[in-house]
Ligand binder design. Structure first.
Ligand code: ZN
Length: 299
C-alpha cells in the first residue's frame, strides 16, 4: 500500500449525534479495514445519506502498511500504556504513529458529540470465523451484542497497551473486530458490513438513503442466528524455552472434548481438561500463548 492518508475519510451531515471512530491497519499486515473504509466513504460521498453525528476513519501503522509488515520497531497495539503516553517521547516508528493518531482523536473527542464509539479493525494470520473482542468495561459488551458476530469477552483485558484499552479508558464504547484471515476477501466484506451496521445503529443512517442496500450487511446478517458469546476459561502460557507444537488442523472456535490430544510440549502430550472450544491455536513460530480455551456464556 502506498501513502495511505491518516484520515481515510470523514462524513457528517451537521446533525447532532455520536462520534464513530473506525481505525484500520493498526497492524501493517492487516489492510482489510483500510479497503473496507475506502468502500464505505466512497458510498457515503456518492449517496450522501442522512446521518446523526459523524464517522471518521483512521489508518493505523502507515509505515507498516507501506511495507506490508505487522510493525517496524514495535507493536502499535501494545504501546498505548499510561507510561508511554506520559513520556510524550516518539522514539520509535510506532510511537510516532501513536502520537499522530492521538492528536486526531483528541481533536475529535469533544463534548460536541454526546457519545463516542469505536471499532478497531483487525484480521488474523490463520483462517477464522469473524469475531468481536470486547473489554469487559463501560458498555462495550452490550454494544457488541447488537452485532451478528461471535463475541469473545475478556480477551482484550489480558492485553497490555492495546488501542482499544486506551479508547475504553477515554470513556469510548467499542471493541476490536477480528474479521477473518489477512488476505481473505471475506474479511474486507465483514468489516464493511460491521461499519455499515454501526452507522445504522448508532448514527441512524437509513439504508434506504443509499442507492443500493449494502450486500456486505446482507451477508453479515446471516451470521446472527448462530452468533455465540464466549468467555476465556484457560490460557496455555509458553516460554521461548518450551518446545510447543499444536496438533495440526485445529481452527479458531473449534469444539473440543475432554481428554482430546491438543498439543505436545517438551515431548509430552497435552490433553484437554474441558468440553469447550479452542481459541487462537498457535501455529506460528513465535508466541507467548499456545492456545486458549473458551466456553459459551449467556451474556
Ligand atoms: Zn491485528
Amino acid at each position: 500500500m502506498q501513502n495511505i492518508p491518516r484520515i481515510i475519510g470523514q462524513y457528517d451531515r451537521h446533525r447532532e449525534g455520536p462520534l464513530l471512530v473506525v481505525t484500520a491497519g493498526v497492524h501493517g499486515n492487516e489492510p482489510a479495514g483500510i479497503y473496507a473504509l475506502e468502500r464505505i466513504f466512497k458510498n457515503l460521498y456518492k449517496d450522501a445519506p442522512m446521518l446523526h453525528g459523524k464517522i471518521i476513519g483512521l489508518s493505523g501503522n502507515r509505515q507498516g502498511l507501506k511495507k506490508g509488515v505487522r510493525y517496524i520497531d514495535e507493536d502499535l497495539n501494545r504501546i498505548w500504556t499510561l507510561a508511554n503516553l506520559a513520556t510524550q517521547k516518539a522514539d520509535s516508528s510506532e510511537k510516532k504513529e501513536m502520537f499522530h493518531i492521538l492528536r486526531i482523536l483528541q481533536q475529535n473527542l469533544t463534548a460536541r458529540y454526546p457519545r463516542h464509539y469505536f471499532i478497531d479493525c483487525h484480521t488474523t494470520s490463520s483462517e477464522s470465523a469473524p469475531y468481536l473482542s470486547a473489554q469487559d468495561q463501560n458498555e462495550n459488551l452490550s454494544w457488541a451484542q447488537q452485532f451478528p458476530l461471535h463475541i469473545v469477552r475478556g480477551f482484550s483485558d489480558l492485553i497490555q497497551g492495546g488501542l482499544d484499552a486506551y479508547e475504553t479508558r477515554m470513556g469510548m464504547t467499542g471493541f476490536v473486530c477480528e474479521a477473518g484471515q489477512h488476505q481473505s476477501k471475506a474479511s474486507i466484506e465483514n468489516l464493511e458490513g460491521m461499519i455499515w451496521l454501526a452507522l445504522h445503529q448508532v448514527c441512524g443512517l437509513p439504508f434506504e438513503d443509499l442507492e443500493h442496500f449494502p450486500k456486505a450487511v446482507h451477508n453479515i446478517e446471516k451470521k446472527r442466528t448462530s452468533r455465540k458469546i464466549f468467555e476465556i476459561l484457560y490460557c496455555h502460557h509458553i516460554t521461548p524455552a518450551d518446545h510447543f507444537k499444536m496438533k495440526p488442523g485445529y481452527q479458531n472456535f473449534q469444539k473440543i472434548e475432554k481428554d482430546e490430544h491438543l498439543a505436545s510440549q517438551n515431548g509430552k502430550p497435552i490433553y484437554s481438561r474441558w468440553d469447550a472450544y479452542l481459541f487462537m491455536p498457535l501455529y506460528q513460530q513465535q508466541g507467548n500463548e499456545g492456545f486458549f480455551i473458551i466456553q459459551e456464556t449467556s451474556a
